[in-house]
Design a protein around this ligand. Structure first.
Ligand SMILES: Cc1cc2nc3c(=O)[nH]c(=O)nc-3n(C[C@H](O)[C@H](O)[C@H](O)COP(=O)(O)OP(=O)(O)OC[C@H]3O[C@@H](n4cnc5c(N)ncnc54)[C@H](O)[C@@H]3O)c2cc1C
Ligand SMILES: Cc1cc2nc3c(=O)[nH]c(=O)nc-3n(C[C@H](O)[C@H](O)[C@H](O)COP(=O)(O)O)c2cc1C
Length: 447
């Protein structure tokens, strides 16, 4: 009898051990496991990874369409998405743009490094993916494609083929809407049409870099042709539709605040490889006369607005026409009586390329600019850029960041943005820079 009990115990022990070995073997392949869906879980999670806000706006419209069909849906930025979020829901829609040379937008940086780098079992997950891009780039919709690959490799199931959207082409967006209507079981989806362009006219235009070694830069003030000036916030953009290129608006950072009574732009006359002038910059800088109307619309750029950084010290870093976006922030800050501002600006020569010099000097003299670092690359034998100023002032940078500062970068993607990123990395370290990104304290408007 005792022997039989012992045998049973032994068998039970072997069974439990075998079960545990199996579980661990499985867990080895599945480092994170799906918790049971919480009560009141939403039907759809809509995740956007967007640099300049197109994807974010499409995510809001996607949510509205699902809600219109009686489904619960929540939109979230990829910067806030954790592996747990994907494990806790069953249906996700992704809207992901591509930046740089086939790179992910800043909003996806942490997700790629932390979530995508780890393995996850997403076999419970069904997803749809819309990739935003521009087919004139070599890596068309590059990030959308790698996100899809990761989802499939993690066991997730695609609900429909990936929808690639070339320069926000209406036909591709209609395909996405069609899928949504199917999912939401409704054909009368809310209106998705983009805001219409308004007629504007040029109230003032001035070449600001006569004698520069670089291409002409023009300071342009625009007002609505009729009607009131719409409202916007520092950090926002305008889209201008150049004549003869109906589908392809060009973006420009707004340099003014709405209380100034006009939209102010700093536009560099673009030269193509064949020597011809760019369509939109040519129209704004030279072609359009005072009687011509400019088709323009304002665009919210949430990732470059102050948002929750309102009360923080601000480190503003930029070059060239990037001074436009930085000026809007400085003007808004000075008007609000916030003086903890450190501007780092770079161009070629101080005598002709120092954009908004009188504003900057005035703010500095009045104490509204706590710190100013200039880098004019061609004013001395050795080329000096804003990133070098950051390296020289590493201690000040660390002190400001310790004091809660947020960092805003505006201007050239090529050269400046990468150089500044590397300088920040060397002075602050990866962990702190990651933390700043996660807290929305490192933001970029680079092109
Ligand atoms: C977020 C953001 C902010 C910006 N802010 C500023 C700013 O403040 N100041 C500033 O000067 N510039 C800014 N730019 C750059 C600006 O949007 C334009 O790219 C620049 O003025 C050149 O446009 P263009 O029409 O003059 O030149 P174009 O040569 O006509 O166009 C420039 C590029 O657009 C694409 N393109 C144009 N037409 C076509 C077509 N028919 N088919 C395919 N591709 C086409 C090509 O890639 C081409 O190289 C910003 C860009 C972005 C993305
Ligand atoms: C500086 C810059 C770099 C870009 N690089 C790419 C690219 O490598 N591949 C691509 O498909 N699209 C590229 N695009 C196009 C964007 O993905 C496209 O404009 C998209 O609509 C932006 O959406 P968003 O506002 O949500 O970020 C680039 C756009 C800019 C302004």
């Amino acid at each position: 009898m005792i022997q039989l009990d012992l045998l049973r115990c032994l068998l039970a022990f072997l069974l439990v051990s075998a079960y545990l070995v199996l579980c661990y073997a499985k867990l080895g392949r599945r480092p994170v496991r799906a918790p049971a869906a919480a009560g009141g879980a939403i039907d759809w999670l809509v995740v956007h990874a967007s640099q300049t806000g197109n994807g974010e706006a499409l995510a809001a419209q996607t949510c509205a369409t699902l809600q219109h069909g009686g489904l619960s849906a929540r939109s979230t930025c990829m910067s806030e998405l954790e592996a747990q979020d994907l494990l806790a829901c069953e249906r996700v829609l992704f809207i992901a743009s591509t930046y740089g040379e086939g790179d992910a937008p800043d909003a996806a940086e942490r997700f790629i490094r932390v979530v995508m780098a780890a393995r996850a079992d997403l076999s419970h997950l069904h997803f749809g993916l819309m990739a935003l891009g521009d087919s004139s780039y070599r890596h068309y919709c590059g990030f959308g494609a790698s996100l899809e690959q990761w989802l499939l490799e993690s066991g997730a199931t695609a609900l429909f083929p990936r929808v690639d959207v070339d320069r926000l082409a209406g036909a591709a967006i209609a395909t996405w809407q069609h899928h949504l209507s199917h999912l939401a079981g409704t054909m009368d989806a809310p209106d998705w049409s983009a805001p219409v362009y308004q007629d504007w006219r040029i109230a003032a235009r001035r070449l600001v870099n006569a004698g520069s070694q670089g291409a002409p830069v023009v300071d342009i003030e625009l007002v609505p042709a009729d009607g009131a000036l719409p409202d916007w916030q520092a950090g926002d953009l305008v889209q201008v539709r150049p004549p003869g290129d109906a589908d392809l608006p060009r973006e420009y950072s707004i340099a003014s605040v709405s209380s100034e009574g006009h939209v102010r732009l700093l536009v560099r006359l673009h030269r193509r490889d064949d020597g011809s002038t760019g369509l939109c910059s040519g129209w704004l800088c030279e072609g359009a006369g005072p009687q011509d109307t400019i088709a323009l619309r304002l665009r919210k750029h949430s990732r470059f607005r102050l948002g929750a950084n309102q009360g923080r010290p601000l480190i503003l870093i930029g070059n060239g026409t990037g001074m436009a976006g930085l000026r809007a922030h400085l003007k808004a800050r000075v008007d609000a009586g916030q003086i903890q501002n450190w501007l780092l600006f770079g161009e070629r020569n101080a005598h002709c390329d120092y954009h908004f010099r009188s504003d900057i000097e005035h703010w500095q003299a009045s104490g509204a600019l706590a710190s100013l670092s200039l880098a004019f690359s061609r004013d001395q034998a050795e080329s000096t850029y804003v990133q070098h100023r950051l390296l020289e002032q590493g201690q000040q940078l660390r002190d400001w960041v310790r004091g809660g500062a947020a960092i805003y970068v505006c201007g050239s993607l090529e050269g400046m943005a990468g150089g500044v990123h590397d300088a920040l990395l060397s002075q602050l370290g990866q962990q702190q820079l990651d933390q700043l990104s996660a807290q929305g304290r490192y933001r970029r408007d680079v092109y």
